[in-house]
Design a protein around this ligand. Structure first.
Ligand code: HXC
Length: 260
């Protein structure tokens, strides 16, 4: 698939998607979102890719929001379709097997932050800024932000951010549990690659199942979620990787997982 607004790189075991509209601070228009959706599908079906990374090009932004210039004249019907496109993209990120890491290298605002929050892990540069400023434009987040933000940071902080539109720095975002870690800007991608390779060295079926258990189990009553965990745990004992991994431990060897 050829892309205009994103760059896609395969550096097995890592696949990298870079939103590439730096002059518009990587604002997410429909075309860009459709391209990210296509790239997520393409990379996630590659057998040699075990982790995906999404980042923004330039030094200023991960993505400064959904594209306001595209949204300004949308009809109610078109606005719903635009929101659905964002939901489809974010849900696809949550439903693929591989963990997805957002490498946030600047502004992560509105729809951009909603995209980051659909990722499994968020690492940020020290100059990153986070927020849901939609109320400044008299709208609400429409790519899942009202739901995913409060799941990440809790109701108290989530309400405050959603009602004030306030923008916080990377350290504040880390303290409130929105993101995982903050690195100097020139080290961000190296750290992200290092963390990606660490994840990729683990049993891929186990990592994929952990992702699915968290996604499917989080909103279930605990007893139902624990039942799914028991099933998944037991199922992994039918894999070669489980036998290999446990034997390698006993024999004091380093395991090499094949994903079967
Ligand atoms: C379209 C955008 C944009 C956006 C920036 N740009 N953000 N274009 N949509 N979300 C464009 C600017 O218009 C400008 O283009 C260029 O990028 C550089 O931006 P500046 O504003 O000149 O940069 P700066 O002064 O450094 O300010 C940076 C900023 C500001 C603070 C991030 O750009 C800003 O407030 N952006 C909007 C942030 C926002 O409100 N995001 C939420 C959008 S609503 P030109 O052509 O003038 O050079 C949303 C809803 C999601 O995301 C749900 C939808 C269903």
């Amino acid at each position: 698939m050829a892309f205009e607004n994103i760059l896609v790189e395969k550096k097995p075991p890592v696949g990298i998607i870079t939103i590439n509209r730096p002059e518009q601070l990587n604002a997410l228009n429909s075309k860009t979102m459709m391209e990210i959706y296509g790239a997520v599908g393409e990379l996630s079906s590659s057998e040699d890719i075990r982790v995906l990374v999404i980042t923004g090009s330039g030094k200023k932004a991960f993505a400064a929001g959904a594209d306001i210039k595209e949204m300004v004249n949308l009809s109610v019907t078109q606005a719903r379709a635009f929101s659905e496109l964002g939901h489809r993209l974010c849900t696809a990120i949550e439903e693929i097997q591989q963990p997805v890491i957002a490498a946030v290298n600047g502004f992560s605002l509105g729809g951009g932050n909603e995209l980051a929050m659909a990722c499994d892990i968020i690492y940020a540069s020290e100059n990153a800024r986070f927020g849901q400023p939609e109320v400044n434009l008299a709208v609400v987040p429409g790519f899942g932000g009202t739901q995913r933000l409060v799941r990440r940071v809790g109701l108290a902080k989530g309400r405050e951010l959603l009602y004030t539109g306030e923008i916080v720095n990377a350290q504040e975002a880390k303290t409130m549990g929105m993101i995982n870690e903050v690195y100097p800007a020139d080290e961000l991608m190296d750290k992200v690659m290092e963390r990606s390779r660490l994840i990729a060295s683990k049993g891929p079926l186990a990592v994929a199942q952990a992702k699915r258990l968290i996604y499917q189990g989080f909103d279930l009553p605990l007893c139902g979620a624990l039942e799914i965990e028991r099933q998944v745990f037991a199922g992994l004992f039918g894999t070669n990787d489980q036998r290999h991994g446990m034997k390698a431990f006993i024999e004091k060897k380093k395991p090499e997982y094949k994903g079967n």
